[in-house]
Design a binder for this molecule. Structure first.
Ligand code: MGD
Ligand code: MGD
Ligand code: MO
Length: 763
C-alpha cells in the first residue's frame, strides 16, 4: 500500500463546513455577475479590477488567462467579453497582496504544506525570486543572477541532458514557449512534457491519425451555422462559459443542441446570457434540446448505437451516408462497416446507459441533418480508451460528410488559454522531423531526434533517479499529475526543482534537494523591455493567433517576463557554447516572432499579421478537406467497446472541476451550479449506491483505488447524494489525484485516465 501519511503533496484532510442546496438548472444570470464582483472587490484593487474587466478579450487588450475559447471575429460586447470565470481568473492574477522574503521567513515549507490549496493561492502574488537551500526549512531571497547561475550549474553538472525535465503549462505565450523549447533542444534533450499530456493529448493523437491535424476543424462561424451541435464530455457553463453564447446563437439560427454527460450540468440545460439585460429579467433559455445521461465511459457504446442505426437506415434508403464524400476523401470504409456489423444494438444501448427515447431523439437529429459539429473536452479524453472515443466522433462525422464544410466538423475545446499555441511552436516531446530540420537549418545545431519524456514518463524517470533536475515553466506539477504520493517521491529525488510562477502553489513545497521559485509577470501586466512595451501572442481553440498586451503595472518590480527568464537561463547554461544570442531576444520580442515565422509553418509575416486586431487563422487542412494523413485521406478507424467488469462494491469515479477553481487554483469553496457550498472534500453518489452501502447524506468516508495490486487511499470525504448514473461517482481534482494510478492511461496518448478510476468506499 502506498503510504499517504503526512505527505506535503496531499491536500490537507480538513473539512470546511459544507452546505448543500438544490443544483441549478440555469447558468450565468445575476448570481454569476454577483460572484464575479465579489472576487474583484475581495482580492484586487477595485480600480485594477474594473480596468481589467473592460480590457479582457477586447481587441488591443489582453487575452483572458482562463480558458482557450475564441473571441468573436467582429463585434465584441461593450461590457467586455464577459464571463464569470474569466473575471475570477483575472481577479486571481491581479491580487492586491504580494508575498516576498518576509512572508517566507514567517512560514516554513512544512507549515505552508498544511494550508489548503485555497489558502495557499490566496496568500498573494509572488514578488521576488526565492531559494530553498539543501536541508533548509524556509525559502530565502536570491538575486536573479544567482538564480540563473544556479540553474546553469545544476544543468551542466548532469551526466547527460536527458537527466533534465522541462515542463510547460499552457498559459505560456508563443514567444516564451518557442524560446524555451529552442533552449531545451540546444541544451540537448527533448524532455518537454506539458499539461496537454494530461488534457487533450488523446484528441491530438486521434485527430492526427484520422484527419491529419491534431487540432479542431471548426470556426466560431461554423458553430453559428451548424444544424446540430453535440456537446459531449464537457461542462461549458463552468469551464468555457463564453461557449454558451455561441450555442445560443446557433439555436437562434435554428440549430439543435445535444448534451451527453453523466451529470445534468447547469447551462447545458438552461443559460441566461449575462450580456442580455432582457433575458436577465425573464429568465434563461433552454440550451440542450436533448440531454443524454450516459454512464461514465459509455460514449463509445453510445456512438456505436448511432452508427449501427445509421447503417441500418442507409441499407434501407441509401440516402443517409455522404457517399460522394466517403468515396473521394476517406479511407477504410469497408473495414469499418464490417467491424461495426459485429456489434449488437441492444448491447451497446445498455452499455451506454441511456434509454430508448433519448436515443431516438439523438438519432433523429443526426439522421436528418448534415451540418454536425461535435464538441468535447475531458469527459472524452481522460479514459483508457480516450483515443477510441475521439476516433468514434470522427467516424460519425465522416459517414455524414460533416467535416471541411460550413457548419460542420470537430471541436475539441481546449483548456489553457495557449496550450494549443505552445504545441504549435514546438513544446512537444515527439516533435515531427520536419520541424527539427528547420531548427537545424536556422540555428546550426542538430536537435536530438530521440523522443523525450511526456508527463508520465517524466515522473517515472525522476522516481527511478534517471532525471535529476525538474524545471516548470508555469503550472503546478505535483497537484496536476496523477498518483500524488508516487509523484512526490519522484520530485523529491531531484537535485533541483525550479518553478517559474505567478502564484504560490503546492509544487513549491514538494521539492528536490534545492529549489527555486522564479516569479514572473502575468498576462494582465505590462511587459517593459529595452525596446519598450512588448506584446506577446497566443493561439485559441480554433487556431486563431492574436496579440495580448497587459494593462496593469507589474505587482512588483522584481518580476521578469517568462521570455526574460528563459533567455537568462539559456544564457547562464549555454553561454559561449551557444550559437544563439539569447539576451537579444528579451530586449525585443519582434525578433522571436521573426524566428517563429521562419521555423513554424503558417506564421509568415507574423509581426505584420499580429497587428490585425482580431488576429489571423493558422492553416488547417481538415477545414479544407486536405487530410495530411499517411493515406492522404480521412481515415475511418476501428474501435473496441470497453467492457467494464465492476465488482459488487466498486464504483467508477471521475475527477472533475468545481465551479470555483481553475485547475489546481482554487478560487473559492463553492460549486454553485451543483448546489454544494463551502466544501471540496466531497463525493457525488447515486442515492441507490448510497443505500446499498448504508451511507447517509454527508457521512464521512474514505476512498480506495486498487490497480495492479497497489492500493491507494484518499481519506475524509463527505457523501453528497446526486443525480449521477448508478455505479458512477464524482470527486474534485486535485484532492483525489492520489487515487489515479500512474499506469492507468489512454493507449497511444498516455493521457491519465482521471475520469475512470475504479474505487471502493469505506464508511
Ligand atoms: N473556470 C475554469 N475554466 C477552465 C478550467 C477550470 O479548471 N476552471 N480548466 C481549463 C482546462 S485546462 C480544461 S482542459 C478545460 C476542462 O473542461 P471540462 O472538460 O469541461 O472539465 P471537467 O470538469 O474535467 O469536466 C468534464 C465533464 O465531462 C463529464 N464527463 C466525465 N466523464 C465522462 C464520460 O465518460 N463521458 C461523458 N460524456 N462525459 C463525462 C463530467 O461530468 C464533466 O461535465 O477547462 C478549461 N477551463
Ligand atoms: N485528476 C485530474 N487531474 C488533472 C485533470 C483532471 O481533470 N483530473 N486535468 C488535467 C488538465 S486538463 C490539465 S491542463 C492539468 C493542468 O496542469 P497545470 O497547467 O500544471 O496546472 P494549473 O493549475 O493550471 O497551474 C497553476 C499554476 O500556474 C502558475 N501560473 C498561472 N499563470 C501563470 C503565468 O502566466 N505564467 C507562469 N509562469 N505561471 C503561471 C501559478 O503559479 C499557478 O499556481 O491538470 C491535469 N490534471
Ligand atoms: Mo487542460
Amino acid at each position: 500500500m502506498m503510504n499517504s501519511k503526512k505527505n506535503k503533496a496531499l491536500t490537507p484532510e480538513k473539512f470546511t463546513d459544507i452546505s448543500v442546496k438544490k443544483p441549478y438548472k440555469n447558468s450565468a444570470g445575476f448570481q454569476s455577475i454577483k460572484s464575479a464582483i465579489t472576487q474583484i472587490s475581495k482580492y484586487t484593487r477595485v480600480k485594477d479590477g474594473v480596468k481589467l474587466s473592460l480590457k479582457i478579450n477586447q481587441k488591443g487588450g489582453f487575452d483572458c488567462p482562463g480558458c482557450a475559447w475564441p473571441d468573436p471575429d467582429d463585434e465584441r460586447s461593450s461590457i467586455g467579453e464577459y464571463c464569470e470565470n474569466g473575471i475570477k481568473a483575472i481577479a486571481e492574477e491581479a491580487q492586491k497582496n504580494t508575498i516576498d522574503n518576509t512572508f517566507f521567513k514567517k512560514h516554513s515549507v512544512e507549515e505552508l504544506a498544511t494550508w489548503t490549496d485555497f489558502e495557499i493561492g490566496k496568500s498573494g502574488r509572488l514578488a521576488e525570486p526565492m531559494f530553498l537551500a539543501e536541508g533548509a526549512t524556509h525559502y530565502q531571497s536570491i538575486s536573479w543572477e544567482e538564480a540563473f547561475s544556479k540553474v546553469g550549474t545544476h544543468l551542466n553538472a548532469l551526466n547527460n541532458p536527458d537527466e533534465a525535465i522541462f515542463y510547460t503549462s499552457g498559459r505560456t505565450t508563443n514567444e516564451a514557449a518557442f524560446l524555451y523549447q529552442l533552449f531545451v533542444r540546444e541544451f540537448g534533450t527533448a524532455n518537454l512534457p506539458d499539461c496537454s499530456n494530461m488534457c487533450h493529448e488523446a484528441s491530438g493523437s486521434a485527430l492526427s491519425e484520422t484527419l491529419g491535424i491534431g487540432k479542431g476543424s471548426v470556426t466560431l462561424d461554423d458553430l453559428y451555422k451548424a444544424e446540430v451541435v453535440m456537446v459531449i464530455g464537457q461542462n461549458p457553463a463552468t469551464n468555457h462559459p463564453r461557449m454558451l453564447s455561441a450555442l445560443e446563437k446557433c439555436k437562434k439560427n435554428g440549430g439543435k443542441i445535444i448534451a451527453v454527460n453523466p451529470l445534468p450540468e447547469a447551462g447545458l440545460l438552461k443559460f441566461t446570457n449575462p450580456q442580455d439585460p432582457i433575458k436577465m429579467l425573464t429568465g434563461g433559455k433552454q440550451i440542450a434540446d436533448v440531454f443524454a445521461q450516459v454512464t461514465i465511459n459509455g460514449d463509445v457504446a453510445l456512438f456505436k448505437t448511432i452508427l449501427l442505426k445509421l447503417l441500418e437506415k442507409e441499407e434501407e434508403t441509401a440516402h443517409v451516408f455522404d457517399k460522394d464524400f466517403i468515396e473521394k476523401h476517406t479511407f477504410g470504409y469497408e473495414a469499418f462497416i464490417a467491424d461495426l456489423k459485429t456489434y449488437n444494438f441492444n448491447d451497446c444501448l445498455k452499455a451506454s446507459g441511456i434509454d430508448e427515447d433519448t436515443f431516438n431523439a439523438i438519432f433523429n437529429l443526426i439522421l436528418n441533418h448534415n451540418k454536425i459539429i461535435i464538441c468535447w473536452a475531458m469527459g472524452l479524453t481522460q479514459h483508457q480508451n480516450a483515443v477510441d472515443n475521439i476516433r468514434e466522433v470522427v467516424n460519425l462525422l465522416l459517414l455524414k460528410g460533416s467535416i471541411g464544410k460550413e457548419g460542420a466538423g470537430t471541436c475539441p475545446v481546449r483548456g489553457h488559454s495557449n496550450v494549443q499555441g505552445d504545441r504549435t511552436v514546438g513544446i512537444w516531446e515527439a516533435a515531427p522531423q520536419a520541424f527539427l530540420d528547420k531548427i537545424e537549418a536556422k540555428y546550426g545545431f542538430k536537435p536530438t531526434t530521440k523522443h523525450g519524456y511526456a508527463v508520465i514518463d517524466a515522473i517515472k524517470a525522476m522516481y527511478e533517479n534517471k532525471a535529476k533536475v525538474f524545471f516548470g515553466l508555469g503550472g503546478n506539477f505535483i497537484s496536476a499529475v496523477p498518483d500524488t504520493v508516487y509523484a512526490s517521491q519522484a520530485l523529491q529525488n531531484c537535485n533541483l526543482t525550479v518553478h517559474v510562477s505567478t502564484k504560490l502553489n503546492r509544487s513549491h513545497l514538494v521539492t528536490g534537494k534545492e529549489a527555486l521559485i522564479l516569479p514572473c509577470l502575468g498576462r494582465t501586466e505590462k511587459d517593459y523591455q529595452k525596446t519598450g512595451l512588448q506584446i506577446q501572442s497566443v493561439e485559441n481553440s480554433m487556431g486563431i493567433v492574436s496579440a495580448t498586451k497587459g494593462v496593469l503595472e507589474p505587482c512588483s518590480k522584481d518580476l521578469l517576463s517568462e521570455v526574460a527568464v528563459v533567455c537568462g537561463i539559456a544564457n547562464a547554461t549555454l553561454s559561449a557554447k551557444s550559437k544563439i544570442d539569447w539576451l537579444a531576444y528579451k530586449d525585443d520580442y519582434t525578433l522571436v516572432r521573426n524566428d517563429i515565422a521562419e521555423v513554424v509553418s503558417g506564421f509568415k509575416d507574423y509581426n505584420t499579421k499580429l497587428q490585425k486586431p482580431s488576429g489571423f487563422y493558422l492553416p488547417n487542412g481538415a477545414r479544407e478537406r486536405q487530410f495530411n494523413t499517411k493515406t492522404g485521406k480521412a481515415n475511418f478507424s476501428i474501435n473496441k467497446m470497453p467492457t467494464w467488469k465492476l465488482k459488487n462494491d466498486e464504483l467508477v469515479m471521475m475527477t472533475i472541476r468545481s465551479h470555483d477553481q481553475f485547475n489546481t487554483t482554487i478560487y473559492g469553496l463553492d460549486d454553485r451550479y451543483r448546489g454544494v457550498y463551502n466544501e471540496r472534500r466531497i463525493i457525488f453518489m447515486n442515492k441507490d449506491d448510497m443505500k446499498a452501502r448504508g451511507l447517509k447524506e454527508l457521512q464521512v468516508v474514505n476512498l480506495k483505488s486498487e490497480f495492479n495490486g497497489v492500493t491507494r487511499c484518499a481519506n475524509n470525504f463527505k457523501v453528497v447524494g446526486y443525480n449521477i448514473p448508478k455505479n458512477c461517482c464524482a470527486t474534485y481534482f486535485p484532492e483525489t489525484n492520489v487515487l489515479v494510478p500512474l499506469d492507468n492511461f489512454a493507449h497511444t496518448a498516455k493521457t491519465p485516465a482521471s475520469k475512470s478510476i475504479v474505487i471502493t468506499i469505506e464508511a
